[in-house]
Design a protein around this ligand. Structure first.
Ligand SMILES: *Cc1c(COP(=O)(O)O)cnc(C)c1O
Length: 467
């Protein structure tokens, strides 16, 4: 498809003759500003409309089809939450307004924090962080400030299992910690012996996702958090996978001291296009003085202006009050049921990385297929694109070779899951019938097989005008 600049023809733009005449004095721009020519594409309005409609058609969202992107919780987010967030009482406020004039917004934020504390088993929460990774960074600063407040400066290391999301070691490193990676055991969970060997007087804390990135709930969770506490460290819970356990099990009860949540995964803000997210950080009572938005002298200070992405908080609040206290665990159970349903229906053809009951997502390993016929996880993912299904997450977590990680979410019907299962089964048969053809796919998308390395290494992000 053409860029809007390529569709432009000189003089084809909308006429300016119907614009009202200028009613302010004309100002001549100074030399430096004038020398920069602003080149706008010139198209009739209908062409602009068609251009953007075409762009929208070429993108895949959860409103276009199944989107089982593991670790991302791409569930359907009810449109009513968007309506709530569009109310002028929420959109037309300014953070510097007198508190008296925005009491409703303050109340909403306070109630949301209360609900999120209840769901996570934490005592205090900040809505400032703008994303999960930002929440991690904030939580790690809390851990750092806590050790400092006790004069314990030798705790410089954060332990992170090798199955962790890449943001975990990155955030730990940004917060000034040294990252100690520990291996997973043969069940994909924390290797207790490795953890025991890793903890010590220099341990600031452990970062853990539970259920973890292979979709398994760690059965030793109490022992794990106990080992870290025993050594004087704190436990950080990456809440990106909360969708599997919300309303059923609480990180606070598992022994965690600090958490972050991804409102844009679990609590009804659409994501994937890089729009505003929210990654609230929660903590136990003893860490409250360090939170970014307290007046306490021990506060780590603001991590973002004002109260974060407030409209995302409005959507989370609308979602929670619409599904209610019963709806929260129902959603989690649906997510787990759907994942296990698909996993069971695929396991005879696609070997599972861990062959146990999973939580909200499961990881298949296509190593055997790759070895036997040279068809990779990437080839299978591309084949799915031809059928209007977004592929699962590929090649993550890194500890599973030729991984495809499927997270159906609770909002999909049995019919949709059955169709996706049938498609994956058909793709398996097609791959064994004609392996070579698999490398050519997709054939029915706007663009075919891309040079992904080239696109990542030499991205073209700027339009160059002809001289
Ligand atoms: C998505 C995710 C994150 C990071 O969250 P962002 O909101 O994308 O910054 C961290 N950990 C896990 C397990 C995730 O899935």
């Amino acid at each position: 498809m053409k860029l809007i600049f390529e569709r432009s023809t000189q003089g084809a733009g909308a006429s300016t003759q119907y614009l009202p005449s200028c009613d302010v004095p004309e100002v001549r721009l100074s030399g430096k500003m004038r020398s920069r020519q602003l080149r706008l594409p010139s198209l009739p309005e209908v062409e602009v409309d068609r251009h953007y409609s075409e762009l929208a058609r070429n993108a895949h969202g959860v409103n276009d089809g199944f989107y089982p992107l593991g670790s991302c919780t791409m569930k359907y987010n009810p449109a009513v939450n968007e309506d709530a967030a569009a109310l002028p009482g929420f959109t037309k406020i300014h953070p510097l307004q007198d508190d008296e004039t925005k009491k409703g917004c303050i109340k909403l934020a306070d109630e949301l924090k209360k609900y999120l504390c209840e769901i996570t088993g934490m005592d205090a929460m900040t809505l400032q962080p703008a994303a999960g990774a930002h929440g991690e960074f904030t939580g790690l600063l809390l851990i750092k400030a806590y050790h400092r407040s006790k004069g314990d400066l030798k705790r410089t290391k954060i332990i992170v299992p090798d199955s962790a999301h890449g943001t975990n070691p990155a955030s730990a490193s940004m917060a000034g910690f040294e990252v100690v990676s520990i291996p997973s055991d043969e069940n994909g969970c924390v290797d207790l012996a490795a953890l025991k060997a890793a903890v010590g007087e220099d341990t600031a804390g452990l970062m853990l996702t539970n259920p973890n990135t292979v979709g398994l709930f760690d059965p030793n969770i109490l022992e794990i958090t106990g080992i870290v506490h025993e050594a004087g460290g704190l436990c950080y819970y990456d809440g990106a996978n909360l969708n599997a356990v919300m309303g059923i099990a609480r990180p606070g009860d598992m022994g965690f001291d600090v958490v972050h949540l991804n409102l844009h995964k679990t609590f009804a803000t659409p994501h994937g296009g890089g729009g505003p997210g929210s990654g609230p950080s929660g903590c136990k009572e003893f860490l409250r003085p360090f939170l970014p938005d307290t007046d306490d002298p021990m506060s780590i200070g603001a991590v973002r202006s004002f109260s974060g992405n407030f409209l995302v908080a409005v959507k989370a609040y609308a979602y929670l009050i619409s599904i209610g206290a019963e709806g929260v665990p129902e959603a989690a159970k649906g997510a787990v049921l759907n994942a296990n349903y698909m996993k069971t229906k695929l396991a005879d053809l696609y070997p599972m990385a861990y062959d146990t009951v999973c939580m909200h997502e499961f990881v298949m390993s296509l190593e055997k297929m790759k070895h036997e016929i040279g068809v990779s996880a990437l080839d299978v993912a591309k084949a799915m694109l031809d059928h209007g299904i977004h592929p699962p997450t590929m090649y993550f977590p890194l500890i599973v070779h030729e991984a495809l990680m499927v997270e159906p979410t609770e909002t999909e019907t049995k019919e949709t899951l059955d169709e996706a299962v049938q498609l994956l089964r058909d793709i398996h048969a097609a791959a064994y019938a004609d392996p070579e053809k698999m490398h050519q796919l997709p054939l029915h998308t706007t663009v075919g097989r891309l040079d992904e390395v080239g696109a990542a290494r030499n991205p073209v992000i700027r339009y160059e005008f002809e001289a």
